[in-house]
Design a protein around this ligand. Structure first.
Ligand code: UD1
Length: 423
């Protein structure tokens, strides 16, 4: 199995061009199914989650071609409405095929999705969203069957929590439902806006994306479109943290600072100097990071849960005590035990981590446990004394495009190794 071997203590400096956002590319690729035509999607990152999405598209009968970071999907040849369990289990986001299949075929058959083990991750809100559009659901032998007799109908729904995935499924399905749909307490993430822009380019009429209320006027049919995915604000956190923790300097080309206000405010308070330039975001790190201000993960525009592990690594070597509260997922402190192996001083009480910064971490063998946790352990390894081996990096490959190449180009000493045994 693959692992990263990192020799820490090398300052990062230089430029990096940010990848496209995984969390935008996945729902947009799934939404191509609803378009019924040919879609050309640019800036799709080379990630295993994107590959898993393409495998589902192929299974459904769509034509798929990849040329560099541009993926062309021809959804006119869609044949099936079922996704087998094995494909569903490859990643949690496979649930975002539900809305597209119902839009295209009026039926779908799925099983519960897989993905990172960062908590319960139920799908009740997705089901509620589909029911609001007149979809009937029944369950048998671990499979879920969805049917919209007579087609999808617009409806009103107030989400009890602004779930990103449920908002996406509803937007896609409602785009071709009969009549108007109003969704309140919708998720407001930049990836929601990106998906709405893509759907609108396909002929949908979605208003209000980025705000708490969405108004979707159903149209009879969508068509294919060309679209460029927004830059990845979470991969940005990995590169910015890696630079900050090694007292480095970075120009992150293509970054969209407007999507990252909450994270950038935290980085600034650790002493990093940030400049928002036309070509991207520039960071210069201080000699020693200060402690973090109180961080509490929240739905957008609050501090993103996906950036929590990254900034905890900074807190681990910051000057002083930091407090980080995780409110979105209940099992998202799995990196804590691994950071402790590297000499970090972190106490977890329920959903709060209290991090007392130490002057130096030391190298150790650690497990990437989930996608964002894995990337944060790589960041920790870059600053640690000696060698760090980060195992189970298949999780990291789900979200960060060729992380070791990007970091090496900035001066890090990191290599990918294929090892026997259980890494
Ligand atoms: C998306 C992102 C993920 C990010 C998360 C929160 C993608 C592909 N993934 O995941 O990287 O960490 O948003 O910003 O975009 N919930 C329910 N019932 C549901 C759905 C969700 O209770 O039906 C709960 C979840 O268990 C979790 C919270 O709502 O506690 C947030 O989930 P959600 O916003 O749906 O996240 P995802 O769309 O899965």
């Amino acid at each position: 199995m693959a692992s990263f071997l990192i020799n820490g203590g090398h300052r990062l400096a230089g430029e990096h061009t940010l990848q496209g956002a995984k969390n935008s590319a996945l729902p947009i690729l799934a939404a191509t199914v609803a378009s019924g035509g040919e879609c050309i999607i640019h800036r799709c990152p080379a990630l295993t989650d994107v590959e898993a999405t393409l495998n589902i598209l192929r299974h459904l009968g769509c034509g798929v071609q990849r040329e560099g970071n541009t993926i062309t999907v021809d959804a006119s040849s869609l044949q099936r409405g079922q996704i087998p369990e094995a494909l569903m289990h490859e990643m949690r986001s496979s649930i975002v095929f539900l809305g597209p299949l119902l839009s295209a075929l009026g039926r779908a058959e799925l099983s519960a999705p897989g993905g990172c083990e960062i908590g319960m991750r139920p799908i009740d809100l997705h089901l509620e969203a589909m029911q609001a559009l007149g979809v009937e659901i029944h369950q048998a032998a671990g499979r879920l069957f969805f049917r919209a007799e007579g087609g999808l109908r617009g409806g009103r729904l107030a989400l009890s929590f602004p779930s990103v995935g449920a908002t996406e499924n509803l937007m896609i399905a409602a785009a071709t439902a009969k009549g108007i749909t109003v969704l309140t307490n919708a998720a407001r993430e930049p990836e929601i806006v990106d998906l709405a822009n893509f759907l609108n380019a396909c002929g949908a009429r979605i208003l209000g994306a980025g705000g708490g209320t969405l108004l979707i006027e159903g149209v009879q049919k969508l068509h294919g479109a060309e679209h460029t995915v927004i830059p990845d604000r979470i991969a940005a956190v990995t590169y910015l943290s890696a630079t900050a923790i090694t007292q480095g300097e970075l120009l992150l080309r293509g970054a969209a600072p407007a999507h990252m206000d909450a994270v950038l405010a935290v980085l600034e308070q650790t002493g990093c100097r940030l400049r928002r330039l036309p070509e991207g975001l520039h960071l210069r790190a201080p000699h020693r990071l200060h402690r973090l201000p109180t961080v509490r993960t929240m739905p957008y525009p609050g501090f993103p849960t996906d950036a929590q592990a990254g900034v905890m690594t900074l807190a681990a070597v910051g000057d002083g005590t930091s407090m980080i509260t995780e409110t979105i997922f209940e099992n998202r402190f799995r990196h804590v035990s691994e950071l402790r192996r590297m000499g970090a001083s972190i106490r977890v009480e329920d959903r709060v981590a209290v991090v007392e910064g130490v002057p130096k971490l030391h190298g150790a063998q650690v497990d990437a446990c989930d996608l964002r946790a894995g990337a944060s352990l790589v960041v920790a390894g870059l600053a640690a004394e000696g060698d760090t081996r980060v195992c189970s990096i298949r999780h990291v490959d789900r979200g960060c495009e060729q992380l070791e190449l990007g970091l090496s180009a900035l001066g890090a000493n990191i290599k990918r190794e294929e090892t026997d045994g259980e890494h």
